[in-house]
Design a protein around this ligand. Structure first.
Ligand SMILES: Nc1ncnc2c1ncn2[C@@H]1O[C@H](COP(=O)(O)OP(=O)(O)O)[C@@H](O)[C@H]1O
Ligand SMILES: [Mg+2]
Length: 243
């Protein structure tokens, strides 16, 4: 399968603090890649570099065969192809559910309001939130908010959807409904990069697991390799602490 995104020698420093060091990896079309690792290992920074919410300090991000970090590339055009789901939902609280899923489509993709509403409804159905189009985020549970945030990201019809700990801010009883939606998306062939601490989920949906430690990829492999036959001592330690 072809690579959608290829990361080469990516580095990121904040001041003198080198947070990502020489990261190399790629994501193939339709692949579900899960990033695991301790807090502070650089997982969020990696996702934020991939969608250019952070500017990498060095390296290349190859998208469709071109290094989009070169000056000549239109960063905004690239970012249209990526969706992001955050731990804290980041919904617009003054907009209702439907408007949340429409505004980006109209502003960024220049779709008409009518077309955008149709597409929003389609994805609100996918996440089981189409009954709530008129609700404001404040009227929803955390799990419902996150499902709307996923529908909003899907409405932009991205090539790759990035998730940064999408269930970490949820009450335990709401984690399941969000993971269920994510599992369905994973099985639908969507390309996904997911940072999560939900190891059972990671084991079940991932084509590949990337274990990060201290700003480097310490080990990567299939769920079976990582969870059942980890090669690195630091992977084993992490898994022992986590399970
Ligand atoms: N905007 C920032 N400014 C300075 N340091 C940052 C910033 N964002 C992250 N860091 C630092 O980078 C390191 C990795 O953070 P992060 O990517 O959030 O890790 P993770 O998501 O794995 O918990 C941490 O030491 C964190 O303090
Ligand atoms: Mg993080």
């Amino acid at each position: 399968m072809e690579n959608i995104i290829e990361i080469r020698h990516l580095s990121k420093s904040f001041g003198t603090h080198e947070v990502l060091k020489d990261i190399d990896f790629s994501v193939r079309k339709g692949e579900v890649v899960t990033i695991i690792g301790s807090s502070g290992s650089g997982k969020s920074t990696l996702l934020r570099c991939v969608n250019l919410l952070e500017k990498p300090s060095g390296g290349q991000i190859i998208y469709n065969g071109e290094n989009i970090l070169e000056e000549k590339h239109d960063v905004n055009a690239y970012r249209k192809h990526l969706g992001m789901v955050f731990q804290q939902f980041n919904l617009f609280n003054n907009y209702n559910v439907l408007q949340n899923c429409v505004v980006g489509q109209v502003k960024v993709l220049k779709r008409t309001k009518e077309e955008a509403e149709q597409i929003a409804l389609k994805y609100l159905k996918v996440v089981g939130m189409d009954q709530y189009v008129n609700a404001k985020p404040s009227q929803l549970s955390g799990g419902q908010k996150q499902r709307v945030a996923i529908a909003r990201a899907l409405s932009m019809e991205p090539d790759v959807l990035l998730f940064d700990e999408p269930t970490s801010a949820l009450d335990p009883e709401m984690v399941g409904e969000v993971l269920k939606v994510m599992k369905e998306l994973a099985h639908s062939g969507l390309t996904m990069m997911i940072v999560t601490h939900e190891m059972e989920f990671a084991k079940e949906v991932s084509d590949r697991i990337v274990f990060m430690e201290k700003g480097v990829i310490a080990e990567e492999g299939t769920p079976d390799q990582i969870f059942n036959h980890p090669k690195e001592a630091r992977t084993r330690e992490f898994l022992k602490r986590t399970f």
